[in-house]
Design a protein around this ligand. Sequence first.
Ligand code: ATP
Ligand code: MG
Length: 264
Amino acid sequence: MLELRNINKTFNKGTPNAKQALCDLSLHLAPGDFVSIIGSNGAGKSTVFNAIGGSFLLDSGSIRLDGRDITFQPEYQRARQIGRLFQDPLRGTAPNMTIEENLALVYLRANKQRSIFGITNKERTFFQEKLSELGLGLENRLKSKVGLLSGGQRQALTLMMATMVTPKLLLLDEHTAALDPATAEKVLELTDKIVKNDNITTMMITHNISSALEMGNRTIMMNNGTVILDISGKEREQMTVPQLLELFHQKSHTVLDDDRMLLV
Ligand SMILES: Nc1ncnc2c1ncn2[C@@H]1O[C@H](COP(=O)(O)OP(=O)(O)OP(=O)(O)O)[C@@H](O)[C@H]1O
Ligand SMILES: [Mg+2]
């Protein structure tokens, strides 16, 4: 489904601030793969997502999504096929628009012919059904401005918007890191449910090392702009957090260092 082949990216090339953020990174995701990604601060995790999303062009290497070479495709075209969530709950929704207007935007993005001013009753019913699946009572607040929602409600809504038209790939960049633990847990449960229901190929960067082992079917560790560990199946099932940290140490000769890392 996704194929990153020998991708390289150096920022500020030729200056004293040059930084090789991606270093010959290769990765293959099968359809329906749900990969959790962990790594130290500055390992290049978000940069991989930016490369896939098209925030910049690669220095070398190629990216294929669902059989198509998207290496040179502009960001806005990739955005139609890739759902993205960020740490900041304020990204991804429009605060001054109502919940139903935000949801209608999803259709507007998918179908340029559609007008945003004219939400049909059928759509409204569909929105309510979808929102009730979140279990946050948002189905009764279609006309509320999104800016009034809590961080967790907003992140759940963003997740729903990113998956309402099933994307080919879902990229979650520490999407629960800014939420309180109980809300984070709830949004993670929702993530699991939606991804499983729609069998969405997903990559999730997390600072929570135990959810990196529990969520999805694969765990990847990154260091210095490349993948140093990729575990799945039995090996992953039997892996404990201390063992994973030890493996990271063996492969990278450094200690996993993430200022937001949660070890339990
Ligand atoms: N647009 C950019 N311009 C210059 N340097 C950048 C840019 N984007 C990322 N970098 C650098 O590339 C490296 C990798 O950054 P990245 O944000 O991918 O790390 P990360 O693994 O997501 O870390 P964190 O856990 O802190 O989020 C860092 O040294 C960062 O400063
Ligand atoms: Mg990051």
